[in-house]
Design a protein around this ligand. Sequence first.
Ligand code: F6P
Length: 363
Amino acid sequence: MSTDIRRIAVNTGGGDAPGLNAVIRAVVLSAEQLGWEVFGIRESYDGLLDGDGVVPLDRAAVRGITHQGGTILGTTNRGNPLRWPVEEEDGSVTHVDRSQEVIDALAEREIDALIAIGGDGSLDIAHTLFQKGLKVVGVPKTIDNDLAATNLTFGFITAVETATDAIDKLHSTAEAHQRVMVVEVMGRNAGWIALFSGVAGSADVILIPEIPYDLDRVCARIEERYVVEKREFAIVVVAEGAYPVGGEPLFLQAGGGQERLGGMAHKVATDIEDRTGRETRHLVLGHLQRGGGPNSYDRLLALRFGAAAVKLVRDGRFGCMVALDPPDVLAVPLGEAIARIKTVPLDGDIIETARALGTCMGD
Ligand code: F6P
């Protein structure tokens, strides 16, 4: 039990995910019960490094936010304090380590511990700050569900619902025009969103980064549907990180540590139309998948994570992250959580289910 805690800070880093506000609310209300003061750092660590972006959070500040999307603290997936970009006189950009400034800024405000809510990048920063002496507890967040050491991250199921809803809607327009519709979903280099929404939404083809796809197989499945099954439309779900056998993922922006995947739905749609002669359209769901409020599952998970994080601080279990190990929320070392990304296991039952339903997985 750690008895020397009086003031804690909380921040949200990386891309937003539905449920961030629910975590913040649970942190503030549980900390208040222990008699602690809570402060929110604006925009990840920027609030500590640039100006005065540290705000007190009390019961009133977190009233009515459980169901709201985004984050009341703001976030960024740029501006890593371990590699802070600095523009030189000649226009070139170098990077400096400002982690000690983060630690000093918290100490100046007599903040005893930090609860860092983030994905792999933000938790990597949190882990380094912990190694440098800061008392840190992590909370895993990402719609991609690609964090190791936790069964699920909040925001993922909401993103899957958004994607499934879109796939459902595509069925009627695809059927009306006898078209192939190719929809690109997020997920970085993991196919969780594509697989879950594709199976739930009865896609005919699901392409994920874990299984490089063979265009011949994809087109054969589409032809089978039109010609043999006499269902003259098809739905293809493509993870943004998917790529063909012998090929590579596509990027909208590459290099500089700020890579943005994208463009695969357009490529797959063009290739299908060229190969089959069937009219094909594509769309990219993009940030819709991160927007809006969390569904009830994600709200609950986020609230559980927030309350559990405060317990870890109370118990002095720094350098740990809260994690879902159904049915429990427990603590795992931050180092374990950031050691690798969690991809879709090829022998998992959801891929087996997809295949049992006749879905082409690209192979
Ligand atoms: O990690 C969450 C995520 O939404 C990914 O699925 C996606 O590749 C990326 O963030 C997009 O980031 P940005 O907000 O920079 O466009």
